[in-house]
Write a protein that binds this ligand. Structure first.
Ligand SMILES: [Zn+2]
Length: 292
C-alpha cells in the first residue's frame, strides 16, 4: 500500500501561487514573490551559521533573512522560499511566531521532524519546482546525476533539493541517497522504484553498503569539500538486497560545504514479475524429477 503524503498540500499551495502570479517559465525567483507582497528580504552575514533563515513579524509587516554561509545560491533560494511558506501557508504565522511581533528561526532542508518546518520545506520545493513547469523540464533533462544538475541549473536550486524533487516527479525507477561518512542520512525512492517487488527499503541511519562507490568516495573528505563527481556502476543487491544481481548506475557527488554526499541510483531495469515466474516454471519443467 502506498502511504498518502501528508505534506503534498503544501507543494500544491505553492504551485497555485506560481500560477496565480502568471509565472510561466523557470526559474521562479522567490525574491520577486516576496517583493510582490512587500516583504523585505536580506542576506545574513556569512559568519552567522545558526539557521537557514528567519521570518520576522512586526504587526502586518514581514521581513525575511536568509543564511549565506554555505555560499550556495540554490540553498539561499530554498531558504527564502521556506520562509515564504510560513508566510503563505494557513496557520503558520500564528504557529511559528507568538503574538503580533517576533521572529521564527528556521532550519530548512528536509530533515526536520517538526510539522511546520516540513510543510515549509515542501512549499519551497513546490514554489521553485512547480510540477506544471518541472515535468516538461524533466522530460528533456536526461537521466542520473546529469539530469539533476541540469534541473538545478535551470531552477537555481541546490543539488540536494533538486534531487529530492526529481525523485518525487520522475517516472523512472530511481533512488537518491544522502550520506555522511559511513552513515545514510536519508534516502528517497521514486514511485516507480517503490512499485518494484523484491527490493528492501533503505532506512535512515543505516550504514552505506561497504562494497559501493559511495562508501569508497566517503573515505576521502576532500571529495565532499571539492564537489568531486563520479559515474560508476553498482549492483542492485548491494543497495537493496533481494535475490537478483542486476547492474545499475551509481553517480556520486560531494555537496561541498553542506558536508554530505549525494548518490543517485538509476538505470534500474528489473525484469517483469511474470517473466520471472515463466522462467521458474520453465526451469521446473526441464528439471528431471529423480526423487520420487
Ligand atoms: Zn521554518
Amino acid at each position: 500500500m502506498i502511504k498518502a503524503d501528508p505534506y503534498a498540500f503544501a507543494a500544491i499551495a505553492a504551485e497555485q501561487i506560481v500560477k496565480g502570479l502568471g509565472l510561466t517559465a523557470l526559474p521562479i525567483n522567490p525574491h520577486t514573490i516576496a517583493q510582490a507582497r512587500e516583504i523585505v528580504v536580506q542576506g545574513k552575514p556569512v559568519e552567522d551559521k545558526g539557521c537557514s533563515g528567519m521570518l520576522v513579524r512586526l504587526g502586518n509587516d514581514f521581513a525575511i533573512a536568509f543564511a549565506t554561509h554555505l555560499q550556495n545560491k540554490g540553498f539561499e533560494n530554498f531558504s527564502v522560499a521556506h520562509e515564504l511558506g510560513h508566510y503563505f501557508l494557513p496557520g503558520h504565522v500564528e504557529a511559528v511566531i507568538q503574538g503580533e511581533q517576533g521572529m521564527h528561526v528556521s532550519r530548512a532542508g528536509f530533515n526536520s521532524g517538526d510539522r511546520y518546518e516540513a510543510e515549509a520545506d515542501r512549499f519551497a520545493a513546490g514554489l521553485l519546482m512547480p510540477r506544471h513547469l518541472y515535468f516538461p523540464a524533466i522530460e528533456k533533462a536526461g537521466s542520473g546525476l546529469a539530469a539533476i544538475e541540469k534541473l538545478a541549473d535551470l531552477c537555481r536550486t541546490s543539488l540536494h533539493a533538486t534531487a529530492i524533487r526529481y525523485t518525487q516527479c520522475t517516472r523512472d525507477p530511481i533512488a537518491i541517497i544522502v550520506s555522511r561518512g559511513g552513515i545514510i542520512d536519508h534516502c528517497f525512492m521514486s514511485e516507480a522504484l517503490k512499485q518494484l517487488d523484491g527490493i528492501d527499503w533503505l532506512k535512515k541511519r543505516e550504514g552505506v553498503p561497504r562494497n559501493t562507490a559511495t562508501f569508497a568516495f566517503n573515505q576521502v573528505s576532500t571529495n565532499i569539500e571539492h564537489g568531486v563527481r563520479l559515474e560508476e556502476v553498482s549492483n542492485i543487491q548491494h543497495w537493496f538486497g533481494g535475490k537478483r544481481r542486476i547492474e545499475i548506475s551509481e553517480d556520486v557527488v560531494g555537496l561541498g560545504r553542506y558536508g554530505k554526499t549525494l548518490t543517485v541510483l538509476y538505470d534500474i531495469d528489473l525484469p517483469e514479475p511474470e517473466d520471472e515466474e515463466d522462467e521458474d516454471n520453465l526451469i521446473e519443467s526441464w528439471t528431471p524429477r529423480f526423487k520420487r
